[in-house]
Design a protein around this ligand. Structure first.
Ligand SMILES: [Zn+2]
Length: 222
């Protein structure tokens, strides 16, 4: 059974104090091919567990992965965050009744403002796509998959990813492309990921996954 923890937290942007819940202990039963964890029980329970990784201020919508303890923006960064949160189109439309993915979108735009690594921004979008799938929101699932792909490709070009992170990021660009219907693109990225994986026996599980997904993408491309 999942264990829920309630904590009081203060928003580092607007100083509003609110109660946030975090799911601390839970079981998983494997992963889907885009590495989305599978949880026992209903899909909506799994969605709630993934959602609880991101905290969002109910007053100004500032959001971040984990808790706000280490976050203390000031000066131009604080001003930039306030402006972004006020101006963002999706937040304006959806703030009154937030859909399950909204906190991830908020964490993504706040993360851009805080200059988080591109790989991390991609990870937020990937998680948002998992939540959308578990909640049956397919158009938004594709939107977030596409955003994740763009961030991951940029991270591969600009950030010094290595080892496991390099292999997984490359594989995910392939797998997300396959899910978006770009089978040829997917096949190219699986080949790139395969080259990284070859050198690391600890990544044998990923090597198997790449083989399976390559077969699937070939069938789908035909
Ligand atoms: Zn706030």
């Amino acid at each position: 059974m999942a264990r829920v923890e309630q904590i009081y937290t203060q928003c580092p942007v607007c100083r509003y104090v609110f109660r946030a819940s975090r799911i601390t202990t839970y079981a998983t039963v494997g992963r889907e091919a885009d590495l989305c964890p599978k949880f026992p029980g209903r899909l909506s329970d799994g969605s709630r567990i993934i959602q609880s990784e991101v905290t969002m201020c109910p007053a100004c919508s500032f959001a971040a992965r984990g808790d706000f303890d280490e976050i203390d923006p000031s000066g131009p960064e604080l001003y930039g965050l306030e402006e972004r949160l006020k101006e963002d189109g999706l937040l304006r439309v959806f703030r009154a009744s937030p859909p399950p993915w909204l906190a991830f979108h908020a964490a993504e735009i706040c993360g851009q403002e805080r200059a988080l690594p591109t790989r991390e921004l991609g990870d937020l979008c990937l998680r948002a796509s998992w939540v959308c799938r578990k909640e049956g929101e397919s158009p938004f699932e594709s939107t977030f998959q596409l955003r994740a792909v763009r961030y991951f490709i940029r991270a591969l070009k600009e950030e010094a990813l290595a080892g496991r992170e390099l292999a997984i990021t490359t594989y995910l660009v392939g797998e997300l492309n396959r899910r978006l219907g770009n089978h040829r693109e997917a096949l190219n990225w699986y080949v790139n990921a395969g080259r990284v994986v070859e050198e690391d026996p600890a990544l044998a599980w990923l090597d198997r996954l790449i083989r399976d997904q390559t077969k699937l993408a070939r069938e789908q491309a035909a």
